[in-house]
Design a protein around this ligand. Structure first.
Ligand code: REY
Length: 429
């Protein structure tokens, strides 16, 4: 797919215009890099005590719109703060337990990015090299680079849109299936590409399937081994695993419940599946404490060299609100209080996850609801971020009290917007 040259220019100019409206936290950052993350110092100074009443209310809002249960774990202000509502198993009636394991969906993309970026640190892969240099002939366009994959700018269409067009039949058709990476890429290549390489952000699982292939090619190992030796072991993550194609979640875990498309139809217990349709794009299992440790460790500089972490945190906007951004396998959300948080969201049948931390890694949040295909529940769960990172809302004291440089404090609150992967038209992610 080739766009006429002037059309490409128009698209690039539009993109730059959007990007240019991002307000950096300091003038120095503005000079250095207009897309750069606010400094660790800025984030630390801006972290008030979590408002656990507001966080618990967000969980209750999540169950009120159809999640059997929801829970959260927040670190960074003394002992970890937790809250849980509802049940983790509708059959036994067991209450939601904050220690339980669950499927983290696309939070897996941040793990895959870390492995890939460690390979960049080791000189084995170059971010701006064509993917086809490492995987000859895989992609139909030599201009697609490794960075395009990590930033969702390759234009490789997301094969999961067609796969899950009908939610429950789509899920049941792949629940026990085992795909090769090549088969998943082939599904994507049957569809037209969504953008010229590099031109625009188009969220696609295909990108992180190819990232998995790059990891295998560069290391000679499956991704499971690389997650293990590069992240799980060093950070001592006792509840995190990649067991593809096993369908089981070992140990105490949440049951996940998928909402059918038909209103009022019974929920489908979707706990057991291969997640082979996602693999390195979304098949990991973890728990809240491990996700806290992972995001805090990543942002705290335990996994990547500083320059590589900076590259991961160099973001461009993903929508017109200028409060949501994507870097290299990592999101940034700008909250209503002006604090930026970094992490990822995840959706896999039966599970919605949020895993985010401040720029210095000192405060982190992991939140999960054991349902999916219910956008209102995902949006409500995202409401935990405001209480966790912005603390108690103080009544507005008039324009004079507004912080001088914080023009993004006027942006719409995150709770007002649906989570990105849950927009009704999945194609518009
Ligand atoms: C796939 C559909 C979601 C899930 C997806 N997840 O791409 C990746 C991510 C790993 O971004 C399913 N929705 C649901 C439908 C809609 O089937 N018809 O909500 O469970 O996390």
């Amino acid at each position: 797919m080739r766009l006429p040259f002037d059309r490409r220019l128009t698209l690039s100019a539009a993109l730059l215009a959007v990007a240019a409206t991002v307000v950096p936290a300091t003038a120095a950052q503005a000079a250095a890099n207009p897309f750069a993350a606010p400094s660790a110092q800025t984030a630390a100074a801006a972290a008030p005590k979590p408002d656990m009443d507001a966080v618990t209310q967000a969980l209750k809002n999540t169950t009120a719109v159809g999640a059997p249960g929801a829970m959260v774990r927040i670190t960074g202000s003394g002992a970890p703060l937790t809250s849980a509502v509802g049940v983790q198993d509708r059959t036994t009636g067991a209450a939601m337990d904050v220690n339980s394991r669950f499927r983290i969906g696309s939070v897996t993309k941040s793990f895959s990015s870390v492995v890939l970026l460690q390979l960049v640190d080791e000189g084995k892969i170059s971010l701006d090299a064509p993917v086809n240099q490492y995987l000859p002939g895989l992609l139909p366009d030599d201009r697609i680079t490794v960075r395009h994959l990590l930033t969702h700018r390759s234009g490789l269409s997301d094969y999961t849109n067609a796969m899950f067009d009908k939610t429950v039949p789509g899920f049941e058709a792949v629940r026990n299936k085992v795909f090769t990476y090549q088969e998943l890429v082939a599904l994507s290549l049957r569809e037209p590409r969504t953008t010229e390489p590099g031109v625009s952000y188009q969220y696609s699982n295909t990108n992180f399937v190819v990232v998995g292939m790059l990891i295998e090619k560069a290391t000679g190992h499956g991704v499971a081994k690389e997650y293990e030796r590069r992240i799980i072991k060093p950070l001592k993550l006792k509840n995190t695993s990649y067991v593809h194609p096993s369908t089981e979640i070992k140990g105490a875990h949440l049951h996940g419940y998928l909402h059918p498309d038909e209103a009022g139809a019974p929920l489908v217990d979707s706990t057991e599946q291969t997640v082979s349709w996602a693999q390195s794009a979304g098949a990991m299992i973890s728990n809240a404490a491990d996700l806290n440790t992972f995001m805090s460790g990543l942002l705290g500089g335990k996994l990547l060299k500083p320059a590589t972490l900076d590259a991961m945190l160099t973001m461009t906007p993903t929508d017109a609100t200028n409060s949501r951004f994507y870097g290299l396998g990592l999101r940034r959300y700008d909250l209503s209080c002006g604090t930026s948080v970094y992490g990822h969201t995840g959706t896999v049948q039966g599970f919605y996850t949020y895993a985010f931390a401040t720029r210095d890694g000192k405060r982190s949040l992991a939140a999960v609801a054991n349902t999916s295909n219910k956008g209102a529940a995902n949006t409500a769960l995202g409401g935990t971020l405001e209480g966790a990172f912005c603390g108690k809302k103080t009544p507005a004291a008039g324009p004079a009290a507004a912080p001088a440089q914080r023009s993004f404090a006027l942006l719409p609150a995150l709770t007002a917007a649906p989570a990105e992967q849950d927009l009704p038209e999945r194609g518009s992610r």
